[in-house]
Design a protein around this ligand. Structure first.
Ligand SMILES: CC(C)(COP(=O)(O)OP(=O)(O)OC[C@H]1O[C@@H](n2cnc3c(N)ncnc32)[C@H](O)[C@@H]1OP(=O)(O)O)[C@@H](O)C(=O)NCCC(=O)NCCS
Length: 169
């Protein structure tokens, strides 16, 4: 497995990740396809500018065009102070192989090495067994539940945090 920056050719992967009812079941339902191409352009620019880490999960390094999902670390603006947030998605045919956890671990390790992101927050929905398992087993601390806005909706989420200045468990 390797992580590579998002590229313009990843539109199909974005559509499969964000516009599919199964993939988005824990995230309030599928997003419309209109706007996805623009979203990819926006993300490629952000990755190039290094304002966010937007990585595609490539299961076989010999075939970088085949993508299993994504893992993203960005600065979330908020009414209080901005904070670092991480999110992840793995396509159905690649799930339950450890790829999601490996990808999150790798990005957090990079964050630790660059000493850049400080405390990183994650907000999986309370019913998302796999994502909550990823947080729990990678050393995140559970701070509690909260209603979390996502793509114009409100989700009931667990609030997890890990300090990337510390080593990973
Ligand atoms: C959540 C998601 C990223 C997990 O990715 P994955 O590659 O399948 O996860 P992994 O194989 O790395 O498994 C991680 C942990 O979850 C557990 N797990 C995975 N799928 C599970 C399932 N369907 N039910 C119960 N546990 C599950 C694994 O056993 C593992 O736990 P462990 O480390 O204690 O053994 C993936 O299922 C997904 O993208 N789902 C749809 C979108 C989504 O929910 N995104 C996350 C939003 S926060």
């Amino acid at each position: 497995m390797l992580l590579r920056d998002v590229e313009l050719r990843d539109v199909d992967a974005y559509v499969r990740i964000r516009c599919d009812p199964v993939m988005m079941a824990e995230l309030g339902g599928p997003l419309p396809q209109a706007g996805i191409r623009e979203r990819v352009r926006h993300d490629v620019a952000a990755a190039l500018a290094d304002t966010a880490w937007i990585r595609m999960i490539v299961p076989d390094p010999a075939v970088p065009a085949v993508v299993a999902g994504s893992v993203v670390l960005w600065t979330q603006e908020s009414e209080d102070a901005p904070f670092s947030e991480i999110g992840w998605m793995v396509l159905p045919e690649f799930q339950r192989r450890g790829l999601g956890k490996q990808a999150v671990r790798q990005l957090l390790q990079e964050a630790h090495e660059e000493e850049r992101w400080g405390e990183v927050h994650a907000f999986p929905s309370t019913t998302n067994v796999a994502s909550n398992a990823i947080c729990r087993t990678l050393g995140f601390r559970l701070l509690g539940e909260q209603d979390k806005p996502f793509a114009g909706r409100l989700l009931r989420a667990n609030h997890w945090v890990v300090d990337t200045r510390d080593g990973l468990t």
